[in-house]
Write a protein that binds this ligand. Sequence first.
Ligand code: GRF
Length: 234
Amino acid sequence: MRTRIAVLASGNGSNLRALFRFFGEGAAVMDAEIAFVASNNRESGALELAGERRVAAAVISGREDDAPALAALLEQHRIDLIVLAGYLRLVPAAVARAFRGRVMNIHPALLPAFGGPGMYGERVHRAVIAAGVRVSGATVHFVDEIYDHGACIAQWPVPVYAGDSAATLALRVLRVEHLLLPRAVHAVATGSVRLDETGRVTGSLPSPDPAAAYALLAREDADIARDITRLFSR
Ligand code: GRF
């Protein structure tokens, strides 16, 4: 049976676009579909994208006390898996509990560093640059009741260069996000990666095996592959 995915987003929606592309192509079409999109921001590009694709969409408050309304929408659309793709609110605790192991988030840095409340958008990349670290990346993790906290599903590295601004780093990370998120969602949607009873993630993804991850990048995006090759030749 096809896994029905809800995507919650607050911003531009470029990760949603990557998900639409992935789940609209090849074998993935049969495995899962984006069945519902919700945003706490009426202006979100995610709502526009949902409209273009004729996918059900709603504006939600994003508040904790609106858990029943969100739960009702998820039930109405028979949602199996929730993906936070640039969603700036906390998923209400009741929903996070009801969907344990079936809510995932993408964060534009290597958690547990550079995450938590207030760490979103350019702030993340500014903090990474200020810390002087040489490697950042994208993290996909299961969601629990704490910001950027649940068990890690996959991480892919992205080099930080001396001349980087928050904007140049954000763009480099975002391109990796677009490759990583659909694959991580597919793995969870098909059950090849899951959260077990003890809170451990079992199964396998292209990450953390760097060789496999980079081979995949090389096939799909020569520029990112070149960045990563440079990182490892320094
Ligand atoms: C991404 O960097 C994501 O990791 C973060 O917010 C950004 C959303 O970008 N949580 P978009 O709306 O998908 O373009």
